[in-house]
Structure formats: C-alpha cells, structure tokens
Design a protein around this ligand. Structure first.
Ligand SMILES: NC(=O)c1ccc[n+]([C@@H]2O[C@H](COP(=O)([O-])OP(=O)(O)OC[C@H]3O[C@@H](n4cnc5c(N)ncnc54)[C@H](OP(=O)(O)O)[C@@H]3O)[C@@H](O)[C@H]2O)c1
Length: 319
C-alpha cells in the first residue's frame, strides 16, 4: 500500500511517499481502506518532536512509528475472526489513536473497540476526516468545563480546528459564544454561530474583563493573565493548548484573588464521542471547517500549512 513516511524528526521535507506492506487484521481487528485523513497539530508536533519529550515516548533518535495520522475516514474491507461489531463495507471514522498513528496510508488495521464509529450515510469521507480531531478535543474540554445553557463562553482562536469546533459545540450546548480571530476570519466565525466576534488585531479584549463564564483558549497565544482577566469570578479557563513549560510557568504566575477553575491536560479519543458527533452532524448541529483538501502525494504541503498556525479549520488528505 501507499503511505506517507516520516522516518526522521524534522521539517515537512522528511516526509516521503513509499510502498509498504498492507497490514493484516488480527482476530479482533478490522482492516480499513482509508479514504481521507487530516494533518493536524498532533502530526506536525510529532514530526518536529515538539515539545522535546515527544522523543521519550515516540523514539529518542528517530520516530518508532513512521506513518503519522491520528484520524481517519474509510471503509472496512476485511474483519478478523472474532470481530462482531463491524462488517465489510461499513464506513467508519474516528481516531487511529495517538499512540498507534498510521492514518496517512491507504490501509490500517484497528481493534474493533477503537475510538471510532459508523459514518452517517450522507457524510463525505472528507467531512468525516475533518471532524474527530477538532470536535473530539473540543467536546472533551467543554464537558470537563461543564459548559451549559445560558453561559457566556469566549473561544480564543475560533478559526482553528479546535476553536471552530468548540464554538459550534458550545452553541449547541446552549451557550452564547463569542469568538476571537483575526480580520480575515471574522465572517467565518460569525457564520459558525458566534453571537459576538472580537478581532484580536483591532479590538481591545481586556475591555471585556470579568465577562465570561468560560474562556476556552485553543491556540496557546493568549497569556494566562489575560484569560484570568476575561473570565468572571468563579468561572472556568480551559487551556486547550498548554505545553508542559507553559503549565509549569502558570503554576508560579501571580493569580490575584479571583477564584477560577482551570481545565487543561490532554483529551480526545473516545468512540462514544465520535458517535455523538455523527449524530450532531446528521442533525446539522455541526459542520467541519475545511481549509484545503490535498491528495496524499501533497502531504508535505499539508504539513507546512498545519504547522503555519494560520490554517482555517482543517487540512484533509485523500487517498
Ligand atoms: N490538550 C489536548 O489534548 C489537545 C488536543 C488537540 C489539540 N491540542 C492543541 O491545540 C492547539 C490548537 O490546535 P488547532 O489544530 O485547533 O490549531 P490550528 O487549527 O492550527 O490554529 C490555527 C488558527 O489559529 C488562529 N490564530 C493564530 N494565531 C492566533 C492568535 N494570536 N490569536 C487568535 N487566533 C490565532 C489562526 O487564525 P489567524 O491566522 O486568522 O490568526 C488559525 O485559523 C495545538 O497547539 C494543539 O497541540 C491539544
């Protein structure tokens, strides 16, 4: 099968397309013909070994797993003898898993109990590939923060994969959502259902002190002290993109006397959440934002865009 291999850490240039053996499903696995995947923050961070401790988990000198890709959309072409849930022809989408990776290839074998679900009939493989990373992450964080009806929620970085998903899901939960983005994305963010849009290149965010029940910082660009200023006393700050060094710095940062709950850490990879997202998609409650769709052969471009910090929503690769 054809796959995108990153056999060294480094720039997008380390990736090349090569022929590798097609996996055989074990007893409890399904073999999936992947039609689309996405290149997102997890992929470029693993490829760059950014942050450095990626090397401790994925290989000190070179990646132990050469095929990146934490999400997929595809169809079952073979099942192991013990598989009961799925059958040949089922269309599935979800996580390959951050530890296993392997989504940037034509086939993958995954345990039937993996973090994926059936695709709704009308859903395209492209849409399906663009949903799990952003929406899966956002859903888990919004649940942790107990976002609900009537709350005022600020999504910082509302044009990114996680941000555009967080905005739509928080709105679906009944919150009034304000999105923060730059000028070029104001119309998009409004079209996703934001009641207010703040342009971080023009507006003074700190004029909105103590206004939000929840501040969801999705891109790691708004200083923690500003998140604290914007949230109401007793509110919640979600730090969706906090790296370990920032986490450490935050522990020592002056917090003033405002009592605020801080939610962070890693989330994602729930099959139940993917099923729920499928149902929300069917009811038109969510739509993935897609910046670009590129064939697998152009995956270096997809990585460059994903790493730029400027992509709008998601970058999908098709096989
Ligand atoms: N904790 C976890 O488990 C977890 C899971 C998934 C992802 N993450 C992390 O979440 C982060 C976000 O991922 P993502 O894929 O959603 O990001 P992304 O799609 O790459 O974000 C790109 C967007 O960010 C906007 N942006 C750039 N600079 C900005 C700024 N200063 N202020 C506001 N918006 C800005 C850009 O719009 P403009 O160009 O218009 O500014 C662009 O649309 C990553 O760091 C990832 O590692 C964490």
């Amino acid at each position: 099968m054809k796959a995108a291999l990153a056999t060294a850490y480094g720039s997008p240039d380390v990736i090349r397309i090569a022929e590798v053996p097609t996996p055989s499903p074990k007893n409890n696995e399904v073999l999936i013909r992947i039609h689309a995947s996405a290149v997102n923050a997890a992929d470029w961070r693993l490829r760059r070994a950014n942050p450095w401790f990626v090397r401790l988990i994925f290989g000190l000198f070179k990646p132990r797993r050469a095929i990146l890709g934490v999400v997929f959309a595809g169809e079952v072409v073979q099942t192991g003898d013990a598989v009961t849930q799925y059958t040949t022809g089922d269309r599935l989408f979800g996580w390959t898993s951050v530890m296993k990776l392997g989504g940037h290839a034509e086939y993958i074998a995954l345990p039937e109990k993996g973090a994926f679900a059936r695709m709704p009939e009308r859903m395209s493989f492209t849409d399906a590939a663009a949903i799990p990373f952003g929406f899966g992450t956002a859903m888990a964080f919004l649940r942790k923060a107990k976002v609900g009806p009537g709350q005022q929620v600020l999504v910082y970085g509302a044009s990114g994969a996680v941000g555009s998903a967080a905005l739509q899901l928080a709105k679906h939960l009944g919150a009034d959502v304000t999105g923060v983005c730059s000028t070029r994305n104001v119309n998009l963010v409004r079209s996703l259902g934001a009641v207010g849009v703040l342009d971080y290149t023009k507006d003074d965010l700190l004029a909105h002190r103590d206004r939000y029940d929840v501040v969801f910082e999705t891109v790691g660009k708004l200083p923690f002290k500003d998140c604290l200023s914007l949230v109401k006393p007793g509110g919640t700050v979600i730090l969706g993109s906090e790296l370990p060094a920032q986490m450490l710095a935050r522990q020592f940062a002056p917090k003033g006397n405002k009592k605020v709950k801080v939610v962070g850490g890693t989330v994602g990879e729930s099959g139940a959440d993917i099923s729920q997202l499928a149902a929300l998609w069917e009811r038109n409650a969510i739509r993935p934002v897609i910046d670009r769709v590129l064939p697998l052969e152009r995956i270096q471009e997809a990585h460059t865009l994903a790493e730029s910090g400027r992509k709008v929503g998601n970058v999908v690769v098709t096989m």
